[in-house]
Ligand binder design. Structure first.
Ligand SMILES: *Cc1c(COP(=O)(O)O)cnc(C)c1O
Length: 405
């Protein structure tokens, strides 16, 4: 029996090595990676430039603690501030921790204005993490069940619905911030309308709320810009990042501008590992490679290519409800729960994910070539067609539900 706690419904396969967009399992079988470790390995696996930098950093200095100055942390903060327009950053090790920092900032911001019980507006189907605060912010009853009591101080509204946010503004004096993913990842690759962010910014300005964006999945180049918010001209107050920032070396950050940028004081918050030399070296080199190799442009071109191909070959198929996404965040919504497609793809040598029960989610590395994108489509389309043809005939066939990551 495994001594690892049983928190994941793992597939019965382990990988021995990777190279670019390819992974090899322990039996030597090769797989095309269309998941990138859940939007983490944007540069693919064993990227030569990153490998060299990490090897050198490991041989020089891994960790010293935040009791001392950390030059690489300062440099990464400078770099991220420059590309995001944010002013100050807190470094941690994961997405949920980055969101915890954002939640703490919002509460401090509220208390500073004399609000005793500050509240944050969060969205239905949102995913912000698995710690108690971020689990409370997450819009999934299934993920929350059994962990009550959850935290006070969150108000939930439907995603992409400005009227719902306005109604809260009119009725709730305790709200201090909105926390939102512009493209809901775990929730099913749900893309908001183009004017949603502009509308949220206006409501936040009118009410002096912080606009806080969870870009843990959508950030670091995945949607074709450094951050998804760049697709509009809106400037947020707080942005969180993690997944793709270290290409697999754990790192997260909470970035803030304006009044949120100066709320934390010595002792307000901390993390033992946060922003250590190894993680920051990984972050700096990952950003440099994304820029030098034109990977954001590639995310747009390859993402559009994949969506175009999928639409051309799937829209006439009964049971395909939608093909959507931005850049290399791609969702194919089916009419039926389709968790079974993951193991069928595995058999065919392709790594994909299913989220929100009915959405095939593709998060390929940003380095994908046109040939790899074509192979992904050519492998996936027949799998979806066959699966749907069978589920139309086998009425009421129960498909296993898939847990969010
Ligand atoms: C994955 C994810 C998180 C949680 O990140 P962890 O590193 O697993 O804590 C939070 N928000 C979003 C949008 C995510 O996709």
């Amino acid at each position: 029996m495994s001594h690892v706690m049983n928190t994941y419904a793992r597939l019965p396969i382990a990988f021995a090595r990777g190279e670019g967009a390819w992974l090899w399992d322990t039996h030597g079988k090769r797989y095309l990676d269309a998941l990138a470790g859940v939007a983490v390995c944007g540069l693919g696996h064993a990227h030569p430039r990153l490998t060299t930098v990490l090897q050198k950093q490991v041989a020089t200095l891994i960790h010293t603690s935040n009791i001392y100055e950390i030059t690489l942390q300062e440099r990464l903060a400078d770099r991220l501030a420059a590309i995001s327009g944010m002013e100050s950053l807190f470094f941690c090790n994961s997405g949920c921790e980055a969101n915890e920092a954002a939640i703490k900032l919002a509460r401090l911001y509220g208390h500073k204005q004399g609000i005793e019980a500050p509240a944050i507006i969060v969205m239905e189907k949102a995913f912000h993490g698995r710690t108690i605060a971020t689990l409370t912010a997450t819009g999934s009853r299934k993920a929350q069940a059994g962990f009550e009591p959850l935290l006070a101080g969150f108000v939930r509204v439907p995603f992409d619905d400005l009227e719902a946010v306005r109604r809260v503004a009119a009725n709730n004096r305790n709200v201090v911030a909105v926390l939102v993913e512009l493209i809901q990842g775990e929730g099913g690759v749900n893309v908001c309308h183009p004017d949603y962010l502009t509308g949220l910014r206006a409501i936040c300005d009118e009410n002096r709320w912080l606009l806080m964006l969870d870009e843990v999945q959508s950030g670091t180049g995945r949607t074709g810009t450094w951050f998804a918010f760049e697709h509009s001209r809106v400037k947020p107050d707080v942005v969180t990042l993690a997944k793709g920032l270290g290409n697999g070396v754990p790192i997260g950050t909470c970035m803030a501008a304006g009044p949120a940028a100066t709320l934390f004081k010595p002792g307000s918050h901390g993390s033992t590992f946060g922003g250590n030399p190894l993680a920051c070296a990984a972050g700096l080199e990952t950003l440099s490679i994304i820029e030098d190799d034109g990977l954001m442009r590639n995310a747009v071109v390859i993402g559009d290519f994949i969506r175009d191909q999928l639409r051309a070959r799937l829209t006439d198929v009964a049971g395909v409800k939608d093909v959507r996404g931005v850049g290399l965040m791609i969702g194919i919504e089916l009419a039926h729960p389709c968790g079974e497609l993951v193991s069928r793809a595995l058999e065919a040598g392709l790594l994909i994910n299913v989220t929100a029960d009915t959405v095939v989610r593709l998060l390929p590395p940003l380095i994908y070539t046109r040939e790899q994108a074509q192979l992904l489509v050519d492998t996936l389309v027949p799998l979806i067609r066959d699966f749907l043809a069978q589920s139309q005939t086998v009425v009421g066939s129960a498909q296993p539900a898939v847990q969010p990551v």
